[in-house]
Design a binder for this molecule. Sequence first.
Ligand code: 48F
Length: 261
Amino acid sequence: MELDEIKVSGAIIERFTRKFLQSLDLDVAIVGAGPSGLVAAYYIAKAKAKVALFERKLSIGGGMWGGGMLFNEIVFQEEAKRILDEFQISMEKFQDKYYTADSVETVSTLCAAACRAGVRIFNGISVEDLMVREEKVVGLVINWTAVEMAGLHVDPLAVRAKFVVDATGHPAEVVQVFQRKNKVALKTPSESFQGERSLWAEAAERSTVENTGEIYPGLYVAGMAVNATLGGYRMGPIFGGMLLSGEKVAGLLLNRLGSGQ
Ligand code: 48F
């Protein structure tokens, strides 16, 4: 076979453009491809809703690759075991109700499962703002991470979505930029961004799941962004709550989509 570089270039441009155009009007736009974002996207796509995931970095997986302090093993508690089982991720029992998994296998399996379920993943794209209509979030404002890094003055593009999920982890970047720009009341005790508290794994894992939900009309939080937004604790290197939060936000959104609200 004789290779034509122009065909290779054309194939990339045409196929990426098709994928991008098909993702301009979504049921759900998820920001951040860490564990909570990946799991949420997987369940939403599995239910045949239209979902895309936007990730600033080239790599997918957020804070999962490095386990704890770069020891690339992940710890899960009993409650999350059924989710790992669904993805067929190999696990080993450590002690009563504690399980470990290889972080590389975990990330790559979640990522592959999400793609195969129909999630469109856009890496190298940063979400810099939200699109609003009166009192509701209706989409994302996006730009290439390379543009952001270079500090170039280039206007962004927009993606419409019925619902947006901030799964950006500790910084809860989307919620923060949204509140800073719009001075809106969020569904938190102080009606504004609370900021995360120090380490308390037990309380943090519980609250990250309990408080997963809508923080402003059209805007949901999942994963560590939940605790950052609502003033919960950090949990350190235990990941069950992230998966359970992703699963929960998917369920909440599928209900909303199903009921047409
Ligand atoms: O931080 P991250 O893994 O979020 P998570 O799903 O999981 C948290 C855990 O990794 C860990 C923890 C629990 O054990 O405390 O930290 O809540 O993944 C968040 C992803 O969002 C991307 C970021 O690069 C990361 O991969 N991200 C952050 N801001 C943006 C973004 C943005 N503005 N646009 C696009 N992606």
